[in-house]
Design a protein around this ligand. Structure first.
Ligand code: 13P
Length: 240
């Protein structure tokens, strides 16, 4: 069985001093983790984190990657640049980027494609809003979001990580019930199976108010292969 993957998404939090304290405390408390661990940090801190996590069990992650290779794209960071800092993972299509930066399914698919081309593992985020859930459109929305990425990436699809993050559960303290989460994960798993004979290798993470109190129950579900943790990843005991 594959190891669970627990990824922290720091979002726009941190400082040089706070990062050092946080990562050193995590490393001290972590021992040899039973799961895979990643931290997705603001890009300005990648060099700092590269040094802090070198040789440890923590894999470095970015929060976004450009859909472009190189050139006149002010403010963007390319996959090749991320690789120079030993970055292994990058989030793509986080709902905050879809919502505040207008990222479409097509843009997210291109970003996943660029990440794979650069040797990065894209953590592709999908998830419905509260209005979409209430309208009975959860399955339709997450399948549409994932289909765009599958279509653009063909046989490479087994190299991605998927994160199911219901938008209404992010930062709200409202976690999806284990049944709600498992149900959507099963839908995503069967969609991946239809696209690849290696779909069992793919980690499907749950994200949205995952914390120390609810993680074990969520992670016990058959199709929940890990977590994408926001707020709780900034607190050492909770993340540990
Ligand atoms: P919270 O864990 O703070 O709800 O954030 C989830 C998330 O968006 C992780 O990417």
């Amino acid at each position: 069985m594959k190891k669970k993957l627990i990824a922290g998404n720091w979002k726009m939090n941190g400082s040089l001093a706070a990062n050092e304290t946080l990562v050193k405390s995590l490393l001290a408390g972590m021992g040899t983790p039973a799961c895979q661990v990643a931290l997705c940090v603001p890009s300005v801190y990648l060099a700092q984190l590269q040094a802090l996590v070198a040789g440890s069990a923590i894999g470095l992650g970015a929060q976004d990657v450009s859909a472009h290779d190189v050139g006149a794209f002010t403010g963007e960071v390319s996959g090749a640049m991320l690789r120079e800092f030993d970055v292994r993972y990058t989030l793509v299509g986080h709902s905050e980027r879809r919502q505040y930066h207008g990222e479409t399914d097509a843009v997210v698919a291109s970003k996943a494609q660029r990440a794979l081309a650069c040797g990065l593992t894209p953590i592709v985020c999908v998830g419905e809003t509260l209005a979409e859930r209430e309208a009975g459109k959860t399955e339709e929305v997450v399948k549409r979001q994932l289909a765009a990425v599958i279509h653009a990436n063909g046989h490479c699809i087994s190299e991605i990580v998927v994160a199911y993050e219901p938008v209404w559960a992010i930062g709200t303290g409202k976690t999806a019930t284990t049944e709600q989460a498992q149900q959507v994960h099963a839908v995503l798993r069967s969609q991946l199976h239809a696209a690849s004979n290696q779909a069992d290798r793919i980690h499907i993470l749950y994200g949205g108010s995952m914390n120390a109190a609810n993680a074990a129950q969520l992670l016990a579900q058959p199709d929940i292969d890990g977590g994408l943790v926001g707020g709780a990843s900034l607190k050492v005991p909770d993340f540990l």
